[in-house]
Design a protein around this ligand. Sequence first.
Ligand SMILES: Cc1ncc(COP(=O)(O)O)c(C=O)c1O
Length: 391
Amino acid sequence: MRIDSRLSERLLKVKPSSTLAITSKAKKLKGEGRDVVTFAAGEPDFDTPDAIKEEAILAIRSGFTKYTPTTGIPELKKLICEKFKKDNSLDYQPNQIVVSCGAKHSIFNTLFVLIDHGDEVLIPSPYWVSYPEMVNLCEGAPRFINSRPENNFKINIEDLEKHIGSKTKVFILNSPSNPTGCVYDKDELKEIARICVERKIFVISDEIYEKIIFDNLKHISIGSLGKDIYDYTITVNGLSKSYSMTGWRIGYLAGPVDIVEAVSKFQDHSTSNPTSISQKAALAALSLTDDFSRTMCLEFSKKRDYIISRLNKIKKIGYCKPSGAFYIFCDISKTGLDSVQFSSRLLDEMMVAVIPGDPFGRNDYIRLSFATSLNEIEKGMDRIEGWVNKL
Ligand SMILES: Cc1ncc(COP(=O)(O)O)c(C=O)c1O
């Protein structure tokens, strides 16, 4: 039944972003000349490599500025297949690939073609803020599976099984994870795969942080663990985090042909192709050696270790050591503040921006991003330590 509103019911269900409130306030204060330290970044603090930029400039100069095939230019899809084979031991053919405007777009497209009204989507909690809202936009029902810090915020298999019902259609896996940095190992993924195959549940495997992984751990793609799970998996990745290309908007998915064709049809009538110029840049990115991401990873691991050494000195803040991505999820329950109070007071009183855990599913946590310089991290941690100790 329609309610009396200018907007669709579908949209009214979607929550405004509370992370945006902090980040826009921090930006405003910075604009006014205040010395704000921000731990809010959701993107690497590296420039896009020159070789990638040059390819884009060449594309513009040579007039590669028109529509391309909806699902991406053939040479890019071929290179993506080679990347999957080399990095992830995944065999995909070009007709199983759709290139879109970022991994976010790929995930939304996948949910849109899989979910009918009322279908349930299982999401491990804490979760990336956009997953539940995308499910809501597709008129599905998000169901959260809580994980515990003692288990490095990874769900256990019994909890997964308990949450499966007759309407469960999709499970969203995000390893390495935003916001916790947890990384699932092969045995854990095998168990998840077994259950999903048994219960005929599709897995959307969001692998956007695959190249940012520490302590010699290896990223495993769940779809590579056997033919059965391969047929139930939609593997999502993109260039934003691996090549510091957040603004270029290139993501991609790979999966079973019928699902990929449905995404292609949907993209035909919604956005068409991702930017032609960015696709050329993506060719250059995927042709690079792994040196760029290795350097970036090394830098991030040094910053993680530094931030941990500082957090160890703050009695009222706990944390879960991240194995990947560039975030650390911190327990602030001993401060007596919830995450929204903590974040807004810290910004008002100390000019330090952190992201409240509430929109990630934990109001007793905050997320610190270490995608910023060591100097800034040091300055910010000095301020946090002094402030929290007085609370
Ligand atoms: C877990 C996760 N998935 C997907 C994305 C989206 O990435 P993209 O820039 O490719 O849309 C992000 C971005 O922050 C993310 O954190």
